[in-house]
Design a protein around this ligand. Structure first.
Ligand SMILES: C[S@@+](CC[C@H](N)C(=O)[O-])C[C@H]1O[C@@H](n2cnc3c(N)ncnc32)[C@H](O)[C@@H]1O
Length: 441
């Protein structure tokens, strides 16, 4: 369908506002919501603008390389830089002909007068771009970095994890499907679709007979009616499998550390059949607001929120199960959050690793003598996963790993074969690490 020129300009304007917010630390989707709420005239362009934002951030390295080559030594202000990045992204995806003329026209209309000359240079250069000129001077990891749009150090890191050939597959993996988990707590105890939703079955692919999880083929908007009723939750398969690996049982006392916005709390309550108790801890008031909304929508009756930091935990007790889903680099979910790629550094990996070790150590004192801990992250690095578990076991000889999810994913690295890894290119899920730690009584 042809988007009118005025809509394309609205889309660029909204994308620009959102990118400025992302530059200040907002998430891509959050930035689109905030920018469109502050200027309702931009609202109709939300879907297309998000697509443009994700594509611009996803290819930011190539785009910046082009801008640097075409306009060397320019001192670009923040807003101009984002506008130029948007312009290059739009030109790169142009199919020529009328599409190109519309794109050029829209860009000229949104560009400040003083940048118009540079815009014309950019247009001419992108349209006659010879990618070989960019690649030719690069060594292998740099070339793969620019081809797959990843930091060069991260390319080398993935080579070390999996070898070059599989590393490239990981770095160029297609975006994973969206998954939904059917919620029996609002569906008369069933994990199949309600009969009135049967027509939607064609848009869903069951992941495995024994799991209440489906991959969505197409737009999630088809499901909006059932979403508000709480019949399903949008949850990656890997995130659900992490909860399954914890094997929560009805009647247990569970501590859910770093719980917002509630994905794991709700899945725990489902497997516990809403019997027992879940104490959900998170320090973010805003994210706990989302937690409350989700818990109510999904009919969870056994969870209580505690807003506090793990470093200063206002919780006492001895829990049968502690689930720890700490903040991480998110290197397993870069397909949906491309801006995080450009903040991923060896230093940030180390920083998160230290924080995760601290969370695991300080939570473990709240575990019952024969209790278990489920530790998971959506990161691919060894530092945030096997290394955290290894350090914990060294200082806690009363714990052992236990095998989990043998029928899914792959064994952990560095000899941690009881643990499980899910890889985006092998499993079509978020990249995940899952470890179950049993306290020996
Ligand atoms: C990976 S997310 C958790 C996702 C959640 N478990 C779910 O499944 O929906 C990490 C969470 O850790 C929280 N967090 C970060 N630092 C924290 C701290 N010091 N104390 C408590 N929560 C913290 C963040 O607010 C964020 O909600």
């Amino acid at each position: 369908m042809r988007v009118p020129d005025s809509d394309l300009q609205t889309c660029v304007r909204l994308a620009l506002q959102a990118l400025l917010l992302v530059g200040k630390g907002a998430s891509e989707r959050g930035a689109i919501l905030v920018a469109s709420a502050s200027d309702p005239s931009l609202s109709p362009a939300r879907v297309e603008a998000l697509d443009l934002v994700l594509a611009t951030l996803g290819q930011q390295d190539l785009i910046d390389t082009i801008i640097e080559r075409v306009l060397p030594d320019r001192q670009l202000g923040t807003k101009t830089r984002w506008l130029f990045r948007l312009a290059v992204q739009m030109l790169l995806r142009c199919r020529g002909g009328a599409d190109l003329r519309r794109t050029e026209k829209s860009l000229r209309n949104v560009m400040p007068v003083e940048q118009l000359a540079d815009l014309e240079i950019l247009i001419g250069s992108v349209l006659t771009l010879d990618a070989n000129q960019i690649w030719s001077s690069l060594i292998d990891p740099e070339k793969i970095a620019l081809e797959t749009h990843n930091p060069t150090w991260w390319v080398s890191y993935c080579y070390r994890l999996l070898g070059r050939s599989e590393g490239v597959k990981l770095l160029s993996a297609a975006s994973r499907p969206r998954y939904i988990r059917i919620n029996p707590l609002k569906n008369h105890g069933r994990t199949t679709l309600p009969s009135r939703a049967k027509p939607l079955e064609t848009a869903l692919a069951k992941v495995a007979h024994s799991l209440p999880v489906y991959a969505v083929q197409g737009s999630l908007s088809t499901f909006s009616e059932f979403f508000s009723e709480g019949i399903f939750q949008i949850q990656d398969l890997a995130s659900f499998l992490a909860v399954k690996a914890a094997d929560p049982a009805p009647g247990e006392d569970v501590l859910d550390i770093c719980a917002a916005p509630g994905g794991k709390t709700a899945a725990l309550a489902q497997l516990m059949k809403n019997q027992g108790r879940i104490v959900s801890v998170d320090y973010s008031t805003g994210r706990m607001r989302s937690w409350r909304r989700e818990i109510t929508r999904l009919g969870v009756k056994i969870a209580e929120p505690v807003i506090c930091s793990v470093s200063d935990m206002a919780v006492t007790g001895t829990f049968d199960l502690i689930v720890i889903d700490p903040p991480c680099t998110g290197s397993g979910i870069l397909d949906r959050h491309p801006s995080m790629k450009w903040h991923l550094t060896p230093e940030s990996t180390e920083r998160y690793s230290r924080l995760q070790q601290h969370f695991l150590n300080s939570s473990s004192r709240l575990l019952a003598p024969d209790g278990r801990i489920l530790y998971c992250t959506c990161s691919l690095t060894v530092e945030e996963n096997e290394y955290v578990v290894s350090e914990f076991l060294k200082s806690h000889p009363d714990f052992e790993t236990r095998p989990v999810l043998r029928e899914y994913g792959s064994p952990g690295l560095e000899g941690f074969t009881d643990c499980r890894r899910l890889w985006p290119h092998r499993d079509r899920t978020a990249g995940y690490f899952i470890a179950r730690l049993q306290r020996l009584n």
